[in-house]
Write a protein that binds this ligand. Sequence first.
Ligand code: C2O
Ligand code: CU
Ligand code: CU
Length: 572
Amino acid sequence: MSTKGRPEGELRRSAQRKGTPVSAPESDPPQRHAGRRRALRGLVALPFTAWLPSSALRAATDDSPCTVGNGARRALLIPEDRGYLGRLAPRGAPLTLVAAPTGSLPAGVTHGPFAYRVRHRGRDYVNPTLVLEPGERVRITLANRLDAPTIAHWHGLAVDTANDGNGSMLVAAGTRYVYDFVVRDRGALYWYHPHPHGSTARQTYDGLYGLIDVEDDDQRALRRALDLVPGRTELTLVLQDRHGSAAYRPTAAELTHGLFGDDMLVNGIACPYLDVASRLYRLRVLNACNARTLRVAFTTAAGARVPFTIVGNDGGLLPAPVTVQDAFVATAERLDVLVDLRDAPVGEAVMMASLAFDPMHAEVGEPAPVDHASMGHGGASPDASSAGATGHAHGAAWPEGAPRRLMELRVRTRVRYDRTVPVTLAPLAPIDVTAARERPFRLGYNKGRWRINDRVFVMGETPVEAARDTTEIWLLRNYHTSMPHAMHLHGFHMEVLERETSPDFVAALGIDDRGRVASDLGRKDTLLVWPGESVRVAIRFALPWPEPQTYVFHCHNLEHEDGGMMVGVRVA
Ligand code: C2O
Ligand code: CU
Ligand code: CU
């Protein structure tokens, strides 16, 4: 570890955060040594009684209640074995996904005008959660009953070009496309959504998306160790911000910055509640927003911060759990967390919220001067207004970075729970980068377009050519005069090597001397790069198919992607 030249406070902080973070919730007596606990945050999960009061958090969330129509609240919709988001395990059997008008939905669900509908073994599903296993053959027919071409992309799965659905092939309205591939990936929460270039934002926003839960031995071991049952104590949460159920109608500003909806839906319900018992819960979050980054945290009704433990991300389980106070999750990223409520009193309410942060929309070349006062910064909380120093919202009622309550966990029953979080979760060897070549990417805005290496996407061109079975280090540099970009690579996973020159509030979340944040560990398929930041990632271009394959690397802010912030990648 190199800490030379760091200010003392910085050194102390990184020293505290070093080591293998483990959770040992009942190893400490509750309610003592509050100062020491504060010093140890980031290392161990804390018992409920040690939750830290945070007036900053109170300020950040109190003025952002769950605003839901007439104020009536609804329970979280939990995916069942059918219906909306229902869990569907094909186990090799062929499946037909029909992209079609949404049709009927459960009461209280807000959804766009379209959905993937499936009828399988006598059960009807809407945007099913596909439950798969490594090695499983997947045969899916996509039937397009939209009035426009489409294609589905299996986000995060390493498949060949013909099955990747990256937009180079489209399914015309009224026709079908057959996917046939084998799952080669680790257990993780992946997802699927349309990818027709120029219409990806519209079709995804309009309601076409679903989860893919790949289950492997590591995932099963974690469930066993913590007594987790999908649909009961392990919950998948799809977050999407929308303007009600209306179809996609972006403004000119939204086409530049991304669409930011007013309503935040969790599995289709705005700010739902879930009645829980005094035990540990696993929440597996997908950010399915077109553009919005969230800063996820948990807090009690009294404003005390509840630490939580990150166990996984886009690429599956981290090598070891990391306990944090909050974590960013950008569009298309996944965050897999444990929330320990074993010491929570019956009657307690724990809020999952998105905290205030500076969204850093700092790009130049705006079409018109930006009037911040008219964009909702006026009456915001002190937190939000200081956070919004360089942020602007282009008229959004809920500007990016403004705080919002997402979901409420209501502790209703007391149960005995004595499991401990395993010290290691999944073996994962680092990618060997000794022979790696480095390839630079610059992310920026010019002449009205977001660009990668100063270029916009041209279908059929592959400016990035990598040799099969080689390893590369990609250096992703975002200009200061830019926005955060959630960069996604098809076909291969990335290992984050380091973050440099991060904004202070991102650097403060660093957990090692390489500037990485907790959710950078393990493997990633989507990665947020902040303005001014440089991120190095390692990629192993292993290719099991004899023919060359082409993929894309793009920003997953879907308006940026559709606007051309994408580059073709050929691996030969
Ligand atoms: Cu989630 Cu290229 O996509
Ligand atoms: Cu802007
Ligand atoms: Cu972007």
